[in-house]
Design a protein around this ligand. Structure first.
Ligand code: CAO
Length: 425
């Protein structure tokens, strides 16, 4: 078995979350990912949200597995020479700097292309071309500007951001697909190209069903939304819909046994039309199978609050796992609300490598999310994230073929190391 992207070399100029998610995926698939970091500083997340003093944070370690780290000051003339040499040796450059940073560094797309016409240059920015193209963007800004926040939360509350990092990790996934597509295109075109993914666009893509609803509004109320059954008129824009299902099969989050003390004693319950009769039997309302107010999906739409309240009476008599077992036997779609604690202890996720324990030289053992995408012939082994500059000399020798003497010269130039502290300090 071999790794699918073995032989692909990535120059990883990414930092924080969006870009690192992308290059971590490529590394899991077997690409040689060389992360360039500022001497002495590195990716800012190494020091953010630190749970153990002076140890790379979980934020960093969980986003930078299977990579090598080289420290390089790309504003230093010698550092620029090393960067140029690396561009010649790599297939893809990935970056998520603020707008214009790569140009200011002296490496605009045209220059990179002239150094290596086969190179693919992949970028994440907050926005695509337009009025906001120069703005710096973080996760929640993207959730707000991509339509997720205006459609998340409850109608009578403020817009809400979600815990899933759809702006950062979501856009990283989009970019990874763009890179692999450009690599495939290069196999017959022989040329590199630019790949860009804007966080606003990535979030909007993930919120696609809400743009669907925006257009449906022109033709009448959104009947599967709770607000329809409550008789509350719709406004001009897709409203927030609480926990209503985003699809054609109505669903809600319902309380289960123990909800008074356990914030996650809930289940998501979907009243899928083909199993409606089974639902009626399970909850003890066999008459609803034939009653004109409940038998057909369209008749149920104005009564969803009443129907889910009745189903909840039943779910409250069961734990979320008991309910799941009973409902699954009848193919009724449902899902317990699982906490991070429960997920971290889940045996099947450990068995598939979706949750992995990783050992780190300064941190010790920690849990991470492994590769969620499984290839039958190309397993992804999760290897710990690199220490800052751990592979600097190795990369200069192995990838660039520099001699010991050349490596020593580059160290002397100050391009690889933080400025030396004054003796008085
Ligand atoms: N050597 C020398 N300088 C380096 C360097 C290196 N190895 N690596 C980075 N730098 C310098 C850059 O040249 C740049 O300097 P200038 O501003 O003088 O040109 C600076 O470090 C990095 O700038 P930045 O704008 O990327 O970083 P920031 O911390 O100010 O902003 C962020 C962070 C994330 C807001 C911004 O990078 C951004 O908007 N990125 C695009 C959108 C994105 O990915 N956001 C998601 C981040 S995760 O939530």
């Amino acid at each position: 078995m071999s790794q699918a992207l073995k032989g692909v070399r990535i120059l990883d100029f990414t930092h924080v979350q969006s870009g690192p998610t992308c290059t971590q995926l490529l590394a899991w698939f077997g690409a040689d990912v060389i992360k360039i970091e500022r001497p002495g500083v590195g990716d800012i997340t190494r020091g953010q949200l630190q749970d153990i003093p002076n140890v790379d944070s979980l934020y960093f370690t969980m986003l930078n597995h299977n990579k090598r780290s080289i420290t390089l000051d790309t504003k230093n003339p010698k550092g620029k020479e090393v960067l140029t040499a690396l561009i010649k040796q790599c297939d893809v450059l990935v970056e998520n700097f603020g707008p214009g940073v790569l140009d200011r560094m002296g490496f605009p797309w045209e220059k990179i292309q002239s150094i290596n016409p086969k190179m693919i240059v992949a970028s994440i920015k907050g926005f695509g071309p337009g009025p906001y193209e120069d703005c710096k963007v973080y996760e929640n800004v993207a959730q707000c500007t991509g339509g997720a926040a205006s459609t998340t939360g409850f109608r009578d509350g403020p817009p809400l951001v979600t815990g899933a990092q759809i702006g950062d990790s979501g856009t990283g996934l989009h970019l990874a697909l763009g890179i692999v597509t450009a690599l495939y295109h290069r196999t017959h075109s022989g040329k590199g190209q630019r790949v860009t993914a804007a966080m606003q666009d990535g979030v909007l893509n993930l919120a696609r069903v809400k743009l669907r609803d925006q257009q449906r509004l022109a033709h009448g109320p959104l009947k599967e939304y709770s607000q329809f059954g409550e008789g509350i008129p719709f406004g001009e824009a897709t409203p927030r819909a609480g926990n209503d299902s985003g699809g054609g099969q109505p669903g809600r989050i319902l309380k289960c046994k123990g909800w008074e003390n356990d914030p996650n004693a809930y289940i998501y319950f979907i009243t899928q039309a083909p199993v409606w009769e089974k639902i009626c039997d399970v909850i003890g309302e066999p008459d609803w199978k034939t009653h004109p107010d409940y038998a057909k999906p369209v008749a149920r739409l104005p009564r969803l609050n009443e129907i889910f309240a009745r189903i909840e009476q039943w779910t409250m008599t069961k734990t979320k796992f008991e309910a799941m077992d009973i409902l699954n036997k009848d193919d009724i779609p449902c899902g317990p609300i699982l906490s991070m604690k429960e997920l971290s202890e889940d045996k099947s996720l450990r068995a598939t490598g979706t949750v992995v324990e990783v050992d780190h030289p300064t941190r010790g053992k920690y849990l991470s999310v492994g590769n969620p995408i499984k290839l039958s012939d190309s397993p992804a082994d999760v290897k710990r994230s690199p220490l800052l500059g751990e592979h600097t000399d190795e990369i200069l020798r192995e990838v660039l073929g520099f001699s010991d003497h050349q490596v020593a010269d580059i160290h002397d130039s100050g391009a690889l190391d933080p400025p030396r502290k004054q003796a008085a300090e």
